[in-house]
Each structure stands twice: as structure tokens, then as C-alpha cells.
Ligand binder design. Structure first.
Ligand code: 7TS
Length: 400
């Protein structure tokens, strides 16, 4: 049995080159970077090199800030709560715009902000899973403090029109944050060309280590800190620096830029091969047009088969996939993304996400195709809600 990892949107393997870059900073160069002695200052060149890689990879300028955080969840919390403190609690604004399909580290914070009295607009997505810029424009008011819309969706891979949304926000004088977690390392990300004011990212999504991420801040825009208690990161984010993590994230960013063409061509080719084969089966639907999707992501619905059931059958075959359907007690919840793109209730329970990486091989895709088809056939044969009727029989049924 092969072991095939196809849940790269959840987390990725650390690239061996990244691990090699990190290794010295655990047992050889391990001083506290804030210490004045040689043990502390020995890591400074590596930290500077890592930050240079991040600035270069994201297209950031010297006047911009890139602040290292523990993860994108922290970065997302920081932007939303910082804007709340600066522009709403202590300012004249009272409104935030986001979408219905953001990661919980956006939507849960927005729900908390609503408890503090903030008005939050959750924009619906169209059937392709994105929000269009003109829709954003329609909901901006003179009380809007921030627009926060993801660059690419973690379930569907759908890519949002970030440049156009940024133009609308600039025209209206509203700050714009994008959760770039599923974009960095998969598609070209240039924060200046995009026009964003803030962007969150996370190393473990592009073959870096878990537990380290960052927030890009245009022109070093003031933002009340989430963590106080030290002059780290220019006083913007306190806490002893995660030296191996930062070195790893910098190396991962460097490699992500190097492999972007590989992602666009090789990973996309394998993804399309897998998706084409799966779509040969009857009553299976993929979400979102491929040309506007990250090159590694497939979200398919298998009519008549619970997403969780597919997950476990694939897992037994050694294949790691994912589904957005959260288990709630004994009931499976529908995948909110499927509901958001208009899937009916039955179909919304059947989503399976497959997300490849630059380490996915042709043999792994061929094996997955074989096992996916077996799983669908087996599960449909015992499904109480699915009765496949070949086209020929449908015609006969019509004859009464
Ligand atoms: C769009 C997006 N934003 C934020 C996060 C949180 O990042 P972290 O705090 O650095 O882990 C994730 C993680 N997404 C997923 C985690 O598991 N399955 C996923 O799709 C994400 O996909």
C-alpha cells in the first residue's frame, strides 16, 4: 500500500533544504538574539538573510514592515483586533467587511467583534466561490474601518480579485487586509502590485516549519500590538524570536519563489490529471473554474457519499485527504463552502478536498485515481441515498 499525502492545504512537509538551514540554530547557534554577547549576536546574520528573503519573495519595500508572528491565526487576530482598537473603539468607525468563506481565524474574530458592538458584513461568494470587487464597493460606507478578504480559499483554491478589491478600498479610503496563507508559495504574490495594506502568511503552508508566520504591513502602518512586553520586531510584536523558525521561513520563501513555475506547470498538470480522472465518474462535481484556482487544489462532491466516509476509505488506502464537513455530535455538518457556492443540502455533505504539492509524484496520482474510484464504487454500493442509473436505463424509465 502506498502512503500518499494530499492534504497540503492543511500543512506541508518541511522541505529538507529548509530543515538543513534550520538545524544549526537548535544546538550550535542557540543564543537569545536580544542578548549582547556573542552567543546572542551569532544568529543575527541568518535572521537578516531570512528577512531579506521574505521581503524579496513578497515584493515588499524597505519602508514596509514584515513582522514575524507565531502563525497566520495570530496575524489575522492582530489585524482585526488592532483595527478595532485603533479605528473603532478609539475612533469614528464601526464597520468591517469580510466574506462568508474566510478561515475561522477571521470569522471567529469577527463574531467576537460583533459581541463588542462592531457591525460586520459577511459578503456571500458567487458560484465560482469568489467575491467580485463591485460587490465590495456596494457595502463600503463612511464608517467602514477595514475590508478583510482572503487571497485564495483553503477549501476550493478559488483566487479572489485582490488587485481590483484593493483599488476599490483605496478609492474609498478604507484599509484592506488579505489572508494570503493559501496564495504564498502557490501563485505569484506581489504585495505592492496587489495594493494591500496588510497580508497574513504562514510558513507551514509552503514547506516551512509550523509555528511561525507573519504579517506584511504597508508603509509600517501603525497598528496596536496584540502582544506587549519587549522591543522585539521593532516593538511591534513582543516575544523572544523563534530563530530556527524564522530562518526556516526565510529559506522556504526563497524556495517557494524558485518553484513557482514548477507549481504552475508540473503541480497543475498532476492536479488536472487527477481531477479529470475523478470527473469521469458519474454524479461528481468539482468546485470552481480551474483557471481561477490555486494549481494544487481540488474540491469535489461525490453525490450519495458523505465526505467523511470518503475520507476514511481513502485513509485506509494510505491516502490523506480532507473535508470541510465538521463533525457535530452524531450529525455531520454540511461543508459551509459548498453551501456558499450554492450546492444543495445533500451535495454539501459530500465534499472531499485533495491538495497536492511539489513533492506529489505521478505514481501517487495514478494510485489515488485507482483508489478514489474504488472508494466511490464501494460506498455508493452501500449508500441508502444513491442509486446510479446508467443513461440507457433513464431513457427506458421515461417510457413508463
Ligand atoms: C486561509 C487560511 N488562513 C489561516 C489559516 C491558519 O493558519 P495557521 O494559524 O498558520 O495554521 C489557514 C490554515 N488552514 C487550514 C488548516 O487546516 N486545514 C486548512 O485548510 C488557512 O488556510
Amino acid at each position: 500500500m502506498m502512503k500518499v499525502y494530499l492534504d497540503n492545504n492543511a500543512t506541508t512537509m518541511v522541505d529538507p533544504e529548509v530543515k538543513a538551514a534550520m538545524d544549526p540554530y537548535f544546538t550550535e547557534i542557540y543564543g537569545n538574539p536580544n542578548s549582547l554577547h556573542d552567543f546572542g549576536t551569532a544568529c543575527h546574520p541568518a535572521l537578516r538573510k531570512a528577512m531579506d528573503h521574505m521581503y524579496e519573495a513578497l515584493g515588499a519595500r524597505d519602508e514596509d514592515d514584515i513582522v514575524v508572528t507565531s502563525c497566520a491565526t495570530e496575524s489575522n487576530n492582530w489585524v482585526l483586533k488592532g483595527i478595532y482598537f485603533d479605528l473603532i473603539k478609539n475612533g469614528e468607525k464601526d464597520h468591517i467587511i469580510t466574506t462568508e468563506v474566510e478561515h475561522p481565524s477571521i470569522t471567529a474574530v469577527c463574531r467576537w467583534l460583533e459581541e463588542q458592538g462592531v457591525h460586520v458584513t459577511y459578503l456571500p461568494v458567487n458560484q465560482d466561490g469568489i467575491v467580485e470587487a463591485h460587490t465590495v464597493r456596494d457595502f463600503i460606507t463612511d464608517k467602514t474601518a477595514l475590508v478583510s478578504i482572503m487571497w485564495a480559499n483553503n477549501e476550493t483554491g478559488a483566487i479572489f480579485p485582490i488587485e481590483q478589491i484593493a483599488e476599490v478600498c483605496k478609492e474609498k479610503g478604507v484599509l484592506f487586509h488579505t489572508d494570503g496563507v493559501q496564495a504564498v508559495g502557490k501563485i505569484p504574490v506581489d504585495v505592492i502590485k496587489a495594493g494591500v495594506d496588510f497580508m497574513s502568511f504562514s510558513a507551514h503552508k509552503f514547506h516551512g516549519p509550523k509555528g511561525v508566520g507573519g504579517l506584511y504591513i504597508r508603509n509600517g502602518h501603525p497598528l496596536t500590538s496584540l502582544l506587549h512586553g519587549g522591543e522585539h520586531m521593532g516593538g511591534r510584536r513582543s516575544g523572544t524570536l523563534n530563530v530556527p523558525g524564522i530562518v526556516g521561513m526565510g529559506k522556504a520563501m526563497e524556495l517557494a519563489t524558485y518553484y513557482l513555475k514548477f507549481e504552475e506547470e508540473n503541480v497543475r498538470r498532476l492536479r488536472d490529471k487527477l481531477e479529470d480522472a475523478i470527473l469521469e465518474l458519474p454524479d461528481i462535481y468539482s468546485v470552481g473554474p480551474r483557471e481561477n484556482r490555486t494549481p494544487n487544489t481540488i474540491l469535489v462532491s461525490v453525490r450519495g457519499v458523505e465526505g467523511e466516509a470518503m475520507l476514511w476509505d481513502l485513509n485506509r488506502a494510505g491516502i490523506a485527504a480532507s473535508t470541510g464537513s465538521a463533525c457535530a455530535s452524531e450529525d455531520l455538518e454540511a461543508n459551509p463552502i459548498m453551501t456558499a457556492v450554492g450546492a444543495d443540502s445533500e451535495l454539501a455533505h459530500t465534499a472531499v478536498r485533495l491538495s497536492l504539492s511539489r513533492f506529489t509524484t505521478e505514481d501517487e496520482v495514478d494510485y489515488t485515481i485507482e483508489q478514489f474510484k474504488k472508494a466511490v464504487e464501494r460506498l455508493r454500493s452501500i449508500s441508502s441515498s444513491y442509486a446510479y442509473m446508467p443513461e440507457s436505463m433513464k431513457d427506458k424509465q421515461g417510457e413508463g
